[in-house]
Write a protein that binds this ligand. Structure first.
Ligand code: PMP
Length: 412
């Protein structure tokens, strides 16, 4: 049975009106934006928060006594508090970064180099984005530690028995994604945290796809680090945060040196600032942090549970509709999934799919999605991926399916 379109307890029309870009046309057709896993669009509230900052309070933070500098500092630190609340953390557990990639690199460099040595093991999964693989490979090269990789099942779920078997007394770090950007799989983070903590390891979560699609509470998840990107959660590019458990952050050495991360500098001895400032060398992305906080406020106002329910209904509808397209094979069919519809069409290269969909105004991503080991696992060079956001509608799924029918016609 085909599931009905999502119920309209959620006012998607009102949500769409908050995103001016959704009103534009592409190739003479209404834009159907289904590339949210790559980056989301920004609501007016985020654009305004950034513009307002530049128009009224722009200055550097933390160092000035003048009025504008104080205002900028207050706004920047208020953004930190907003992000702490968004994740259920304390303010001083929030480090601003450029995004998820930098957050994971920070943990690998600062925590990793101080706590991982030769013979130790770092466990990742096969479904990770390259951002949650390469920093650990670099750490292994630097320390002599070994990377272990937990396999995934044929439907794209994490093989939990295999993962449990890999986590042992040598394990120092378990690094997993909350939600796979290539497969949509939602991983059981609490359970993985329990396995890591049972052997005295820490758990680092790549939350790039987790934060925009549902309520994240780092205490309930019991994770040690959680990295996210602003631009995946309707905020700006070039800004993100990494949550770090206070006891761990306090004990970690810095990773980048420069202004703001020090207490005092002499050529004899430099002392470092407290966490989180110790990890934020140089002038930060002030407007970005303010925009990110505006995005978090926006998501809270719309309601993260409501967003998750809307996207789940849309995923169910999309999965059923795509199943009707001749020759389509879904890549990623785990039982616990978020709004990612990755697929291949028999005999047609994903890039050709993407190009023809674009001519119909439908934006999807094609390629390996920075998850080459996933592509290898499923024996495909690339997939086409429609990824859902809070503003997508069943009509847009229908537009995708209609455009795919055109793709089939072109290649018939
Ligand atoms: N992890 C996942 C699961 C992602 O989807 C992405 C972005 N595609 C990243 C990490 C990297 O995020 P960023 O490029 O914003 O640092």
């Amino acid at each position: 049975m085909t599931p009905a379109a999502p119920p309209h307890t959620y006012d998607v029309t009102a949500v769409r009106a908050d995103f001016p870009i959704l009103a534009r046309e592409v190739n003479g057709k209404p834009l159907v934006y289904l590339d949210n896993a790559a980056t989301t669009q920004r609501p007016e509230a985020v654009v305004n928060a950034i513009a307002d900052f530049y128009r009224t309070s722009n200055s550097n933070v933390h160092r000035g006594v003048h009025r504008l500098s104080q205002e900028a500092t207050e706004l920047f630190e208020a953004a930190r508090t907003t992000m702490a609340r968004f994740l259920g953390a304390d303010t001083h557990e929030i480090v601003f970064t450029r995004g998820t990639t930098e957050g994971i690199n920070l943990v690998a460099a600062a925590y990793g180099r101080a706590n991982v040595g030769a013979g130790d093991e770092i466990v990742v999964s096969r479904m990770e984005h390259h951002a949650n693989i390469v920093p650990w490979q670099l750490l292994c090269e630097q320390t002599g530690a070994r990377l272990r990789v937990a396999p995934i099942t044929d439907d794209g779920a994490l093989d939990m028995d295999a993962l449990a078997g890999l986590i042992g007394e040598r394990t120092k770090i378990v690094a997993v994604g909350h939600i796979s950007n290539a497969l949509g799989t939602i991983n059981p983070i609490q359970e993985i945290a329990r396995l890591a903590h049972a052997v005295g390891a820490i758990i680092v979560v790549d939350g790039a796809q987790g934060a925009p699609h549902g309520h994240v509470d780092v205490r309930a998840l019991d994770v040690d680090f959680y990295a996210l990107s602003g631009h995946k959660m309707y905020g700006p590019t070039g800004i993100g945060v990494v949550y770090g458990r206070k006891t761990l952050l306090d004990a970690m050495p810095p990773w980048q040196g420069g202004g703001d991360m020090i207490r005092s500098v002499t050529f004899e001895k430099t002392t470092y600032n407290d966490a989180p400032f110790r990890f934020e060398a140089g002038t930060p992305n002030i407007a970005g942090a303010i925009g990110l906080a505006a995005a978090a406020d926006y998501l809270r106002d719309v309601g993260l549970d409501a967003i998750a329910a809307h996207e789940a209904a849309l995923l169910e509808y999309g999965t059923a509709q795509l199943a009707k397209v001749e020759g389509l094979r879904m890549i990623g069919t785990a039982p616990h999934k978020a709004g990612v519809l990755g697929f291949v069409l028999e005999g047609i290269h994903p890039h050709d799919i993407g190009t023809i969909l674009d001519s119909e105004g439908v934006a999807v991503r094609t390629g390996h999605h920075c998850a080459q080991p996933v592509m290898e696992r499923f024996g495909v060079p690339a997939t086409a991926r429609a990824s859902l956001g809070l503003y997508n509608t069943p009509a847009e799924i229908d537009a995708l399916v209609a455009a795919l029918t055109k793709v089939r016609e072109v290649f018939a």
